[in-house]
Ligand binder design. Structure first.
Ligand SMILES: Cc1cc2nc3c(=O)[nH]c(=O)nc-3n(C[C@H](O)[C@H](O)[C@H](O)COP(=O)(O)OP(=O)(O)OC[C@H]3O[C@@H](n4cnc5c(N)ncnc54)[C@H](O)[C@@H]3O)c2cc1C
Ligand SMILES: Cc1cc2nc3c(=O)[nH]c(=O)nc-3n(C[C@H](O)[C@H](O)[C@H](O)COP(=O)(O)O)c2cc1C
Length: 565
C-alpha cells in the first residue's frame, strides 16, 4: 500500500498523463517488478545508448497503414531514433538482408491478401535462399474482424520473417478497424524495446486487445434508387440516395455495406436440408432463427475452398477443390440429417462487407449520401448470376432502410483549392469525381478540373450526362474527355482519349496538376497507368526508367492517387 502522500502523487501523475504515457508507465512498472524479483537489472537507456536506426515499412490500400507508419516514425524520432519510412512498393528487396530493425505495418485485403503495393515484398518472403540472422522485428497488422481471414497478411509476414531467422522483439499486434489504441500501445512497447537495445522488452505492456467497438454502423432510409442506364443498355447502374443527416464524410470516402442473402435461396437451403427455418440456434452467444442466420449473417455463395473442405469432412464425401454455392453443395453432396446442417452452420463464414465510393458531396448534397452501383453479373454454365451486394442494393425501394458504415480514404483527397486536378473515372469510377466536382462547385474553388469518363454507348450509358454538361457550361469543369467504347468499330477507351490529348495532359502535369484514377483495377487501371507513363516518357523526352521515377515522385508528393477495385 502507498501512504497518502505517495498515493496522491501517483494519482496526480496519472491524471496529468496522456494515454500513451499511462501505457508506458504500466510497462515500466512491470519491468521494475520483474527486475525486483531478481532478474537482470533494469536499464532504460537513453536513445543514444539504445538502437538509433530503424526501418518502418508499410503496405496499404486505403492509407491507414501509411498513416500509422508516419505516426510511429514521428514518435521514434522524438525518442532520438532515426526512422526511415518506406512504402512496400518502393522497398528494395535486396535491402531486407541488411536490415537490423524492421517494423512492417500492413493491412489485409481481398480474401486474406496483401495490398497490391505489398505483393512483391510478400511473395519475396515466401522464397528461399536467404537468412535474416541479424534481423529484429515486430509486425503491426491491420484488418477487420468481419472478414474470415482476419489480419492474414500480417500473420504471414510475421511467420515468414521468423522462418528466415529474424527474431521478434514484440509479438505480432493485430488491430481491428478501430486500430488507434492497439497501435499506440504497440508503438510504446516497440520504443521501450528499442531503448533496451532492441532486446525484447523485458515485460512489454500488455496490449489489452479490448473487445473491439467495431465500426459505427448507420441505419438510414433510402431516398431514391434509379437505374441510370437507358433502355437498350447492356448494363444496369443504380444511383442510390441515402438519408445522411449528421454523418460526417469527405469526398473520396466510401461506405461499406453487408448484404443480405435472398430469402428464396435461404428457403431452398432449409427445405433441401429438411430443417425448420424457425429453429433457434446460438450465433456469437445470441439466439437466432436459422432463417435469419442464413439470410443476414452467413455467406452461402461461392464458398471458398477452405470451407468446401470442412463441408466434405462433415458429410464425409470426396469433393473436388473448387468454389461452390451452399445450395449446389447440398444438392450434389447432401447432408444426411438436420444435425449435419447445424454442424455446417458452425463452419460457414460471415457475409463480408463490400465498399461503394461516395458519389455525393457533403457541401452540395447536404444531409444526403449517394452511391453508384453497377449490377455485377456473370455467366455460370449458361446461367446468368448476379453479384450478391449489387443485386441486393439494386432491389432497395424508397423508404427501405440500409445499414452501412463509413470507410474513410485518407489516400484519396482533394488537394488545396487552387490546385488543378485530372480525374480519370470510367463506369462507376465516376463516383468519387461526382463528389469532387460538386464539392469544388459549391465551394467556388479556383483550381481547374478535367474529367475523363467512358462507358459502352453514348446514348444509353453516359452516366450523369446532364450534370456533367451543366458543370462544363458553368465552368467548374474546365474540360471533359469522353470515350464510348462500343459506338465505333475500333474500341475507344479513356486511355486513348488521354493519348489524343497527350500534349495538354503533360502540360497539366508539368504545371502541378493532381491525377486521380478510380474504377476497375484490371484491365482499366493498368492500361491507364501505362498510358500515363507513355505520356510522361514521350512528351517529356524521358526514358522508361525516368518516366517511372517521375510517376513515383508524383505518388510521393501525393499527386497521383488511385482508388481501384
Ligand atoms: C474501394 C472500393 C470502392 C468501390 N466502389 C464501387 C462503386 O462505387 N460502385 C460499384 O458498383 N462497385 C464498387 N466497388 C466494388 C464493390 O465493392 C463490389 O465488389 C461489387 O459491387 C461486386 O460485389 P457483389 O457482392 O455484387 O458481387 P460478388 O457476389 O462479391 O461477386 C463478385 C465476383 O465474384 C465472382 N462470383 C461470385 N459468385 C460466384 C459464383 N457463384 N460462381 C462463380 N463466380 C462467382 C464473380 O466473378 C463476380 O463478378 C468498390 C470496391 C472497392 C474495394
Ligand atoms: C475489399 C476489402 C477486403 C478486405 N479484406 C480483409 C481481410 O480479408 N481480412 C482482414 O482482416 N481485413 C480485410 N479488410 C479490412 C482492411 O484490412 C482494413 O480496412 C484496414 O484498416 C485497411 O488498412 P489500409 O488502409 O492500410 O489498407 C478488407 C477491406 C476491404 C476494403
Amino acid at each position: 500500500m502507498l501512504g497518502e502522500a505517495k498515493l496522491k502523487a501517483l494519482q496526480d501523475l496519472i491524471n496529468s498523463a496522456t494515454q500513451d504515457e499511462i501505457i508506458w508507465m504500466n510497462g515500466y512498472l512491470s519491468a521494475v517488478v520483474f527486475h525486483a524479483a531478481g532478474n537482470r537489472p533494469l536499464e532504460i537507456s537513453p536513445a543514444k545508448n539504445g538502437v538509433n536506426k530503424i526501418t518502418i515499412v508499410y503496405g496499404t490500400e486505403t492509407g491507414n497503414s501509411k498513416k500509422l507508419a508516419t505516426t510511429f516514425a514521428a514518435k521514434a524520432k522524438k525518442n532520438g531514433i532515426n526512422a526511415k519510412v518506406v512504402g512496400l512498393d518502393q522497398y528494395k528487396l535486396t535491402d531486407l538482408i541488411k536490415e537490423e530493425y524492421l517494423f512492417p505495418i500492413i493491412s489485409t485485403h481481398g480474401d486474406g491478401e496483401p495490398p497490391v503495393a505489398a505483393r512483391k515484398f510478400y511473395d519475396h518472403l515466401f522464397t528461399n535462399g536467404y537468412e535474416l540472422g541479424k534481423l529484429k522485428y515486430s509486425v503491426l497488422a491491420l484488418g477487420d474482424t468481419s472478414y474470415p481471414l482476419f489480419c492474414k497478411t500480417g500473420e504471414d509476414i510475421d511467420d515468414q520473417l521468423q522462418k528466415h531467422g529474424g527474431s521478434r522483439i514484440l509479438p505480432l499486434q493485430k488491430c481491428d478497424v478501430d486500430y488507434e489504441e492497439d497501435a499506440n500501445a504497440w508503438f510504446t512497447n516497440a520504443l521501450q524495446a528499442l531503448h533496451q537495445n532492441g532486446n525484447a522488452a523485458a515485460s512489454p505492456s500488455p496490449i489489452i486487445t479490448k473487445k473491439s467497438s467495431g465500426k459505427k454502423t448507420y441505419t438510414r432510409k433510402v431516398l431514391t434508387n434509379i437505374n441510370l442506364n437507358d433502355q437498350g443498355s447492356a448494363k444496369e447502374t443504380y444511383h442510390i440516395e441515402i438519408e445522411a443527416e449528421n454523418i460526417d464524410y469527405l469526398p473520396g470516402d466510401s461506405i461499406g455495406v453487408t448484404p443480405e442473402n435472398p430469402l428464396s435461396i435461404v428457403e431452398s437451403v432449409t427445405r433441401l436440408a429438411g430443417i425448420d427455418k424457425e429453429n433457434i440456434v446460438n450465433y456469437k452467444n445470441e439466439p437466432i432463427t436459422i432463417q435469419e442466420l442464413l439470410q443476414k449473417k452467413l455467406n452461402i455463395f461461392y464458398l471458398p475452398e477452405r470451407v468446401i473442405k470442412k463441408y466434405a469432412e462433415i458429410v464425409q464425401q470426396d469433393i473436388p477443390d473448387t468454389r461452390m454455392d451452399l445450395l449446389d453443395l447440398l444438392r450434389i453432396y447432401p447432408v444426411k440429417n438436420p444435425a449435419q446442417l447445424k454442424e455446417v452452420l458452425t463452419m460457414l463464414e460471415p457475409i463480408t462487407p463490400r465498399l461503394y465510393s461516395i458519389a455525393s458531396s457533403p457541401e452540395a448534397h447536404n444531409g444526403e449520401l449517394h452511391i453508384i452501383v453497377a449490377k455485377n453479373y456473370f455467366d455460370i454454365n449458361n446461367e446468368i448470376k448476379y453479384g450478391l451486394t449489387s443485386d441486393f442494393l439494386s432491389h432497395l425501394k424508397v423508404n427501405n432502410t440500409l445499414n452501412f458504415y463509413l470507410h474513410p480514404n485518407a489516400q484519396f483527397r482533394l488537394p488545396e483549392e487552387d490546385k488543378d486536378i485530372i480525374m480519370i473515372g470510367p463506369g462507376t469510377g465516376i463516383a468519387p469525381f461526382r463528389s469532387f466536382i460538386a464539392q469544388r462547385d459549391s465551394m467556388g474553388t479556383s483550381g481547374k478540373n478535367w474529367l475523363f469518363f467512358g462507358d459502352q454507348h453514348f446514348i444509353t450509358d453516359f452516366l450523369y450526362q446532364t450534370e456533367i454538361q451543366n458543370w462544363l457550361e458553368t465552368g467548374v469543369l474546365s474540360k471533359v474527355s469522353v470515350a464510348f467504347s462500343r459506338d465505333t468499330k475500333e474500341k475507344v477507351y479513356v486511355q486513348h482519349k488521354m493519348l489524343k490529348e497527350a500534349g495538354l495532359f503533360y502540360e497539366w502535369l508539368e504545371s502541378g496538376a493532381y491525377v486521380y484514377l478510380c474504377g476497375t483495377k484490371d484491365p482499366m487501371s493498368i492500361d491507364v497507368e501505362n498510358t500515363l507513363l507513355r505520356i510522361i516518357e514521350e512528351q517529356g523526352s524521358r526514358s522508361k526508367e525516368e518516366a517511372l521515377q517521375y510517376l513515383d515522385q508524383m505518388k510521393e508528393d501525393g499527386r497521383y492517387m488511385k482508388d481501384v477495385y
